[in-house]
Design a protein around this ligand. Structure first.
Ligand code: SF4
Length: 222
């Protein structure tokens, strides 16, 4: 079996850690509201993921062939040139929380969904490490960089197969995922600590995980 579906990933928030992550002042009135909302959300979230492990067939110039499908991307070729196995993945926090009457504030819901997606991410990475022994995991996501645009979701979904049936995530006509709090991509072991954000020129992004690295950008794209 080269594929696994997680149709319910339970999320138990570490409230103190989430508050720090979101830079919410402890003991403020909003921290009380948010903490209560997190407790409610835990009961309603139905996070899911599907993961498929495949071989990297070859990397030639800017073209990487994975399980018979070729992708053109300088970043991917650079990341996978020494790699034999990768993990194709779609994760989602689901749409159930949007129907939760107790959480009617859209901004609050969005904050919670963003945090929950981080928990799903960790769950999947931990699974790969436990089952396969891979560490230092990184993820490339279609659309996060112009070098590997969102249209690549089409092939990625076809390769994983049955994504909508298994976890309820589909693509719209522009290849964006529905429900929106979903992420797709290729997970791989990275000895260099690859992070999309290091190559992303969206300098004002508030979700940035790492500073832009001009030298690395020049090395790959020059
Ligand atoms: S900086 Fe922001 S937009 Fe760019 S890859 Fe990181 S999270 Fe995505």
């Amino acid at each position: 079996m080269d594929r696994v579906v997680f149709d319910y990933i339970p999320v138990k928030f570490d409230i103190e850690d989430v508050m720090q992550q979101m830079r919410i002042r402890p003991n403020s009135s909003f921290s009380e509201v948010f903490s209560e909302a997190l407790n409610i959300a835990e009961q309603h979230l139905r996070c899911k993921a599907v993961l498929k492990w495949v071989n990297v067939d070859q990397v030639r110039d800017n073209v990487t062939t994975i399980d018979g499908v070729s992708f053109t991307s300088k970043v991917m070729a650079d990341n996978l040139k020494e790699i034999k196995k990768v993990f194709l993945c779609v994760m989602t926090v689901g749409a159930e929380i949007d129907d939760c009457q107790e959480l009617s504030d859209n901004a609050l819901r969005d904050m919670i969904k963003g945090v929950a997606l981080g928990y799903v991410h960790k769950f999947v990475f931990d699974y790969i490490t436990d089952k396969f022994g891979y560490r230092d995991l990184a993820m490339m996501t279609p659309g996060s960089l112009p070098d590997w645009p969102i249209v690549n979701n089409k092939d990625l979904f076809a390769m994983i197969d049955n994504v909508a049936e298994d976890i309820g995530v589909s693509l719209n006509e522009h290849y964006y995922m529905l429900p929106y709090n979903s992420v797709s991509g290729i997970i791989f072991s990275s000895s260099t600590g690859y992070v999309n954000c290091k190559l992303c020129k969206n300098l004002d992004c508030i979700g940035r995980h790492a500073p832009f690295d001009q030298a690395e950008y020049d090395r790959i794209f020059a």
